[in-house]
Design a protein around this ligand. Structure first.
Ligand code: PEP
Ligand code: MN
Length: 361
């Protein structure tokens, strides 16, 4: 049984250190989490009889609780406050809403830059584009590989946007690390445990999509794999699951947003594009997710979707994306969240930095 040791607000640093040392002595792995109001020490591993009572007696300890969920580091019990990541100056999680947008796949320099510029100008914070595409058919376009990564990096630099791209193979973690800012682990790889362990050994954020038929517990267990390796920069994403409903590509499980938020401190995104499968449905699903409290959305946008090599039917046109951003801003206001408008800040010192607390114009 894993435990968390909650320190008193008055506990001294030496008290915390004593608890950390004793946890190690007991053969458990300590995890320190310093909150705004209190420090928590996680004690992960097989319980030694009496350890809970022993830890409870140390100076500065308020209480010792058992973690009841199968995931530990991902649980709210372990870390009470929302995790807020800093990704190249963009804050992700908590009250911040960030929109990731771009084409499904990197197809050419022209399209990537055209779409990238359009979504950046509309206020998207992060640029997406797949260089390694996990396709259902072995005959479909598989992505541009390294050449695509080079283009994505170049676009990210030119547009001053952090980038996200999917990694499908543990052997590609090093190359994707070199070119992109965020690892995307796709729905089909959510339980590729070797891949999760590999990205968990890095220090770049990992965006994990829910598997097509995965439960919320399974999604959080996948996050736990990454966290267990010491990488605490994890975002999870609801992207639609398989149900009997066949009018849409997948069924967006909007309830996953509040359920995950209740159970975990990690930022939760939604992917309206892969759930909808059709561009006309994308705005409604995006807004539903933002209204449910999601920390952001990942939206596929294409300037010429009928020529797209991947997922054209669900790609939103740049003009419609501008309208969608405006609606996202309005819905965010209603739920007390704030949209980061990357690239729209007038701050001289940091020209691309979003203004905390507001919609910079
Ligand atoms: C994608 O983002 O292009 C993608 C393949 O998504 P998913 O893994 O959710 O199917
Ligand atoms: Mn896609």
């Amino acid at each position: 049984m894993d435990m968390i040791v909650v320190m008193k607000a008055s506990a001294a640093a030496a008290d915390v250190q004593r608890v950390v040392d004793r946890v190690s002595e007991l053969g458990l792995t300590p995890h320190l989490s310093k909150g705004e109001f209190r420090t928590i020490v996680g004690a992960i591993g097989a319980k030694i009889v009496g350890s809970r009572e022993q830890l409870g007696q140390l100076p500065g300890v308020d209480e010792v609780m058992a973690i009841t969920q199968p995931y530990k580091l991902a649980s709210r019990e372990f870390h009470e406050a929302d995790t807020i990541l800093d990704i190249k100056g963009i804050r992700v999680g908590g009250p911040h809403v960030n929109i990731i947008a771009g084409p499904c796949a990197i197809e050419s320099r022209e399209v990537l830059f055209e779409v990238g510029r359009a979504v950046r100008d509309a206020g998207a914070a992060i640029l997406r584009g797949g260089a390694y595409k996990p396709r259902s058919s072995p005959y479909s376009f598989k992505g541009m590989g390294r050449e695509g990564l080079e283009l994505l990096q170049e676009a990210g630099h030119e547009l001053n946007m952090p980038t996200i791209t999917e990694v499908v193979d543990p052997r590609d973690v090093a190359i994707v690390y070199e070119y992109a800012d965020i690892f995307q682990v796709g729905a089909r790889n959510m339980q590729n445990f070797n891949l999760l362990l590999e990205v968990g050994k890095t220090d770049k954020p990992v965006f994990i999509k829910r598997g097509l038929a995965a439960s919320i517990t399974e999604l959080l267990m996948s996050a736990e794999y990454v966290l267990s390796q010491g990488n605490h920069r994890v975002i999870v994403c609801e992207r639609g699951i398989r149900t009997f409903a066949d009018e849409v590509r997948f069924t967006l499980d909007v309830s996953a947003v509040p359920v995950i938020q209740e159970r975990s401190h990690l930022p939760v995104f939604i992917d309206p594009s892969h759930a909808a499968g059709k561009r006309d449905l994308v705005p409604a699903l995006t807004l539903a997710g933002i209204a449910a409290g999601a920390a952001g959305a990942i939206v596929e946008v294409h300037s010429c979707p009928d020529r797209a090599l991947c997922d054209g039917p669900q790609a939103v046109l740049p003009g419609n994306f501008v309208k969608l951003m405006e609606q996202i801003r309005q819905i965010s206001d209603v739920v007390g969240h704030r949209v980061t408008l990357w690239g729209r800040d007038d701050d001289e010192e940091s020209p691309r930095r979003a203004t905390p607390g507001g919609w910079a114009t």
